[in-house]
Design a protein around this ligand. Sequence first.
Ligand code: UTP
Length: 294
Amino acid sequence: MTTIHKVRKAVLPVAGLGTRFLPATKAVPKEMLTVVDKPVVQYVVEEAMAAGIEHFVFVTGRNKGVIEDHFDIQVELEATLRERGKTVELRSLEDMLPKAGATSFTRQQAPLGLGHAVWCARDIIGDEPFALLLPDMVMHDKVGCLAGMVELYEKVGGNIVAVAECDPALAHKYGIVGKGEALEGGFQITQMVEKPAKGTAPSNYYINGRYILQPEIFDILSRQERGAGNEIQVTDAMLKLADTQPFSAYPFAGQTYDCGSKEGFILANVAFALDREDIKPLVVQELQKLIAKA
Ligand code: UTP
């Protein structure tokens, strides 16, 4: 039986240009846009922490320095909060912070595609499986998406791709997987198709931005072959890896919000606001009024 190595490290590619969200993303990275009171990337780091991830590798680019600052101590701010007895606020800063030495930042230099961003993390990841989390995809559920994936991975090994169900009429907009034999907590993937032509999708399960990948993906990515949009695509590399290694799907039961799109970002704000007892009553009341007028 092949050994299933623990997933200890996660890659968070944050070097994209965020063109779908201009002008907001001209000076502020889209990963730092706020859902209620936390930047998008913090939700994703917390999801990874809850799944037992020990080391966070951020693949950054120009104008993304604020992400590094966000995951550091703010000495003056914290001293002031302490002096003023603002313990709740202070705790909120401490709880989100990965341990010292548990973050690495590497530069992509040019946004050549998601596959290229992942490849930039190769030396920091080394020869072990890793999680890949797209930081603009925010998951909303009681159990984190990555935690569920790790549970499946520890049973079946190989590579795991999280999926969510979409309206079949919209399947042509996504990366879609084919559904094979059922597994406990998932199913085997028979095929992966990036943006299938209308009416040809093998299912309505789309790849929603969370992966557990084996390190052999780096060799494939190092060939730097460009795909759709003239970018180096991670899906193309996964398709090649699937020739020699198993891929399983973890169907995520919660809601996936694409916070790189305006609609997804607004809906994420509403969903997370409704989870918060302190702001929910007013938000519900005002939303009802707005919807009645719309
Ligand atoms: P997206 O395609 O959603 O990000 O990539 P983008 O290119 O920033 O967005 P638009 O389409 O222009 O609005 C998914 C994730 O991969 C990262 C992005 O930062 C995002 O978190 N990414 C993408 C990189 O790190 N490098 C790239 O070259 C491309």
